[in-house]
Design a protein around this ligand. Structure first.
Ligand SMILES: CC(C)(COP(=O)(O)OP(=O)(O)OC[C@H]1O[C@@H](n2cnc3c(N)ncnc32)[C@H](O)[C@@H]1OP(=O)(O)O)[C@@H](O)C(=O)NCCC(=O)NCCS
Length: 180
C-alpha cells in the first residue's frame, strides 16, 4: 500500500528548485516507486531527464521531489475536428497552446511542507513562458491529496477517463486556464 501523504500540514522548509540532471535519475526512481502504484519505468524517466521541463526540488542537496511538464502536440484527430468546424462555420478557430503536467511527486517524508505546490507553480510558470494558454493533467480519481493541490492552484475536473492507468484505474482530466 502506497502512502499518498502525511495527513497534517507542516512548516515550510528551505528548498531549491533546479533543472534535473542525469545524476538525479536513481533518486527520482526511488521517489517514483514510493509514490505510485504504477510507477513510470526507468527508460521513460531517463528519456525526459535532460528536458527543461524536468525540475527537481532539493533540501540541503537532498532531492526530495520533482515535476515533469511539457507542451502537448495536438493529435491528428483534434486538428481534423478543428479544421472541419472551421469549414462549417466559415471562421478561423485559434488552436490553444496546451501545456501538460506529466508527473509530480514529493518524497513521502517531506509531504505537506508546501513543496508540491512550489514545484507545480514553477512547472506552470515554465509552461506559461513557453506560451501555454491552458494546462492539462491526469490524476487518479481517488488521489485526494493531489486533487486538493490541483484545485488550490486553479485546476478543475474536465472529464473522467475510464481505464486510463495500466492497472485499470480511472483518471480525471483536469484543466487550468493560464492567467495572462
Ligand atoms: C500530491 C503531492 C505531490 C503533494 O505534495 P505536497 O508537498 O505534500 O503538497 P503541499 O504540501 O504543497 O500541499 C499543497 C496543498 O495540497 C493539498 N494537500 C496536499 N496533501 C494533502 C493531503 N494529504 N490531504 C489534503 N490536502 C492535501 C492541500 O490543499 C495543500 O495546501 P495546504 O497545505 O495549504 O493545506 C504528494 O502528495 C505526492 O507526491 N503524492 C504522490 C504522488 C502523486 O500522487 N502525484 C500526483 C500525480 S497526478
Amino acid at each position: 500500500m502506497i502512502s499518498q501523504s502525511a495527513p497534517e500540514k507542516k512548516e515550510p522548509q528551505p528548498y531549491r528548485i533546479r533543472r534535473a540532471e542525469k545524476m538525479d535519475l536513481e533518486r527520482v526512481m526511488q521517489i517514483e516507486h514510493e509514490s505510485f502504484p504504477t510507477p513510470w519505468p526507468y527508460d521513460l524517466l531517463a528519456q525526459h531527464m535532460c528536458e527543461d521541463g524536468f525540475l527537481v526540488a532539493e533540501i540541503e542537496a537532498m532531492l526530495i521531489g520533482y515535476i515533469i511538464v511539457g507542451m502537448k502536440v495536438p493529435s491528428l484527430f483534434s486538428r481534423l475536428e478543428r479544421r472541419t468546424l472551421q469549414l462549417l462555420r466559415g471562421e478561423e478557430l485559434p488552436e490553444p497552446e496546451v501545456g501538460h503536467v506529466m508527473n509530480i511527486a514529493v518524497d513521502p517524508r517531506f509531504r505537506r511542507h508546501g513543496l508540491g505546490r512550489e514545484l507545480l507553480r514553477h512547472g506552470m510558470d515554465y509552461l506559461k513562458n513557453l506560451g501555454a494558454d491552458e494546462i492539462e493533467l491526469e490524476v487518479r480519481v481517488d488521489n485526494e491529496p493531489a486533487i486538493a493541490l490541483y484545485n488550490q492552484v486553479g485546476f478543475e475536473v474536465k472529464e473522467r477517463i475510464c481505464n486510463y492507468y495500466s492497472n485499470g484505474d480511472d483518471a480525471f482530466l483536469m484543466n487550468a486556464k493560464v492567467q495572462p
